[in-house]
Design a binder for this molecule. Structure first.
Ligand code: PLP
Length: 456
């Protein structure tokens, strides 16, 4: 076996990669034809590829590197923990200090009485936990028929069978046996794409009331929970009208169903506060967390539940768990990440200084002839590409063609921005400086100009 290193020519790395590596969300033909981009190093908000090209990473990896790249303290925390106790599990009445300390820290950081965490290694695992947890909770309370979880079309909650079923991505469901039973999807609060002539706030109320209609149709005694991302991320950074979440909350309270806020993207500073639930005024019974909890430096996630839910669960043995639930090394890394985010005031600074600066600059992109709306909340934003601003029209080409074009121009201009159909989205590391925000805007504008030119 030859030694494969960063110093090999890119073409050789790409050929080996295409030969043996199956990639998530990647078409095999594209991989064989063009090869994958090989990332070799990163520091701050900047990635370097195997040809030495640098990119401003306006996506913080996959919405997760909140702290930015290259913080050696996290590597040192991992190394310390690996030397002391590299692994032990938390099954069968056993624990260890990193899991105790991280659970304690999360109880402090999260709002309300969300004081109890069930660990996982990812957002998908945590959402799978939520399905089982909700059903076990209602079973223990004597309502085993309250099995149904209501969710939204175009939501993203992960890739496992359970979490992808909770998600509302039709193209994922088309690949085999999803959604699993007793998951029900309602329409999303996406005013730009689906609001027609309605006033956004009226539309927000209408889409929230779809939850009430679904509960009444399915039967109040059969619905156990509603799950939603405070702001849909992978669906295109969709900021709901301000009437939406208060109405969802009212309906969940009225019909006594558990409210799950999927904070996998919104958590740990992304929306300008520690949690998206705080930004959007949601009081969830359960929060899903992952990504920003460790800034992506180690795979950690979890379901954080309120005291009442924990009390009910503690009345039984919850027959659920992962080998790596509360893994000591990933917990140690997450703790160090949370320490730095807190002690260096990174969440506060992002919310009070960087976010307003980004908002002003980002929203100015709405003046571009291709841009219908440009929205940002905290440090996550989107722009809708359209051939006609007034009517919010879609392009005649297959959805996503123009978005993909724009993404390619971003790459060519040293910027990583993602496209979701014909929406462009950003979610940069929270440590991005104002100068780097300026660079992001200059490069995004250039990519938009080039896309526009290509279309006419
Ligand atoms: N929930 C949300 C809101 C997400 O955005 C994601 C991933 O993007 C997940 C869950 C799944 O997390 P993971 O990829 O860690 O399984």
């Amino acid at each position: 076996m030859s030694l494969i290193t960063n110093h090999m020519p890119t073409s050789e790395l790409q050929a080996l990669d295409a030969a043996h590596h199956l990639h998530p969300f990647t078409h095999g033909h594209d991989l064989a034809k063009k090869g994958a981009r090989v990332i070799t190093r990163a520091k701050g908000v900047t990635l370097t590829d195997s040809d030495g090209n640098e990119f401003l990473d306006a996506m913080a990896g996959l919405w997760c590197v909140n702290l930015g790249y290259g913080r050696h303290e996290l590597a040192e925390a991992a190394a310390r923990q690996m030397k002391e106790l590299p692994y032990y599990n938390t099954f069968f009445q056993t624990t260890h200090v990193p899991a105790i300390a991280l659970a304690d820290r999360l109880a402090e950081l999260t709002p309300y009485d969300l004081n109890n965490v069930f660990f996982a290694s990812s957002g998908s695992e945590a959402n799978d936990t939520n399905i089982r947890l909700v059903r076990t909770y209602w079973q223990e309370k004597g309502h085993p028929q309250k099995n149904i979880i209501i969710t939204r079309k175009n939501a993203y909650h992960g890739s496992s069978m359970g979490s992808a079923s909770l998600g509302g991505m039709a193209y994922m469901h088309a690949q085999g046996g999803m959604p699993i039973p007793d998951i029900h999807h309602i329409d999303q609060p996406h005013w730009w794409a689906e609001g027609g002539d309605m006033d956004p706030n009226e539309f927000g109320l209408q889409r929230a009331r779809a939850l009430e209609e679904a509960i009444l149709e399915l039967g109040e005694d059969r619905v156990g929970a509603f799950i939603g991302e405070p702001i849909q991320g992978a669906g295109g950074v969709i900021i709901p009208p301000e009437t939406y979440w208060p109405e969802i909350q009212r309906i969940c309270d009225k019909y006594n169903i558990l409210l799950i806020a999927d904070e996998v993207i919104c958590g740990f500073g992304r929306t300008g506060k520690w949690f998206g639930s705080e930004t959007m005024g949601i009081r969830p019974h359960i929060m899903t967390v992952a990504k920003g909890i460790s800034s992506g430096y180690a795979p950690v996630g979890g379901s954080i539940v309120c005291d009442e839910v924990a009390e009910v669960l503690n009345n039984c043995e919850f027959s659920h768990g992962y080998t790596y639930s509360g893994h000591p090394v990933t917990c140690a890394v997450a703790l160090e990440n949370l320490r730095i985010l807190d002690e260096e005031g990174i969440v506060e600074q992002a919310g009070s200084e960087t976010a307003p600066y980004l908002k002003e600059k980002w929203e100015s992109l709405a003046d571009h002839p291709l841009v219908g709306e440009a929205k940002v909340i905290g440090l996550m934003g989107s722009i809708a590409l359209t051939p006609d601003k007034a009517s919010r029209a879609k392009f005649a080409s297959v959805a996503g063609t123009v978005g993909l074009m724009c993404r390619e121009h971003c790459f060519a201009n040293s910027l990583i921005m993602r496209h979701v159909g014909d929406r462009m989205v950003i979610s940069p590391p929270l440590i991005i400086t104002k100068d780097e925000v300026d660079q992001l805007i200059v490069r995004a504008s250039r990519a938009l100009d080039l896309t526009h030119k290509q279309l006419i």
